[in-house]
Design a protein around this ligand. Structure first.
Ligand code: MN
Length: 224
């Protein structure tokens, strides 16, 4: 049947000049020990868990992110992003590289007050995590070998806020690809935000954010 209007895919830059159409956006919750502790949870007792963001909510590097409504506590989370290039389900850890297209620097934006209220009430996280313009993703670097180490950091207005290393992920890139693929079939165009290290905090209108992961292009955004 003929659709009544056109929906354009959300296409993010790849470093070779081509574009990566975004299909689904998955995020891992609490994947660094020190962040799990700062969120008041036990880092030793959790299997990875996942939440999702709309595919059109991810903005490219250089964007101005609209300060979202209905929050008094808008926060940054710097994260390594996995881009999936080959689909699969029940992917063994040792086969993860066959499905990874590349990596990028990402920001998972969070209305922390709404997320924590939902968590306390046992309700879904969407209003805290899945709102308009709730993520940013830098240029995707092709390369299927799962990233296993490298410094990850975020500054806000030039001031250091988050600093860690990819080697401190509780669940590695390969393990996340494998584990998530047990729950949903991964397909080309899927992005997986792998979780944030400690140091999350509030941001306000006019703030400039600068994210870095060793070996990947920087991610700069401004809060509008
Ligand atoms: Mn996150």
């Amino acid at each position: 049947m003929k659709p009544i209007f056109d929906l354009e895919p959300n296409i993010l830059p790849i470093t070779d000049g081509t574009g990566f159409p975004v299909r689904r956006v998955w995020c891992v919750g609490r994947n660094y020990r020190a962040h799990a502790i700062e969120m008041g949870t036990d880092p030793d007792r959790e299997l990875p868990f996942y939440f999702a963001k709309p595919s059109d909510s991810v903005l490219p590097a250089g964007s101005t992110i609209a300060y979202p409504p209905e929050t008094e506590d808008f926060q940054h989370e710097i994260e390594l992003v996995i881009a999936i290039g080959v689909g699969g389900a029940d992917i063994p850890v040792e086969d993860a590289a066959k499905h990874v297209f590349g990596h990028a620097v990402g920001l998972d934006f969070t209305r922390r007050d709404l997320q924590l209220a939902a968590r306390k009430a046992g309700r879904p996280w969407e209003t805290g995590k899945a709102f308009d313009q709730c993520a940013a993703c830098g240029p995707i670097v092709p390369g299927s070998e799962p990233l296993t180490d490298g410094a990850i950091s975020l500054t806000v207005n030039g001031e250091a806020r988050q600093s860690s290393d990819i080697s401190l992920l509780i669940w590695s890139v390969a393990e996340v690809v494998s584990d998530l693929s047990r729950y949903v079939r991964l397909e080309p165009g899927d992005l997986i935000f792998t979780g944030t290290p400690e140091g999350v905090g509030p941001i306000g209108r006019g703030d400039t954010l600068h994210g870095e992961i060793a070996g990947l292009p920087d991610l700069d955004v401004t809060i509008g």
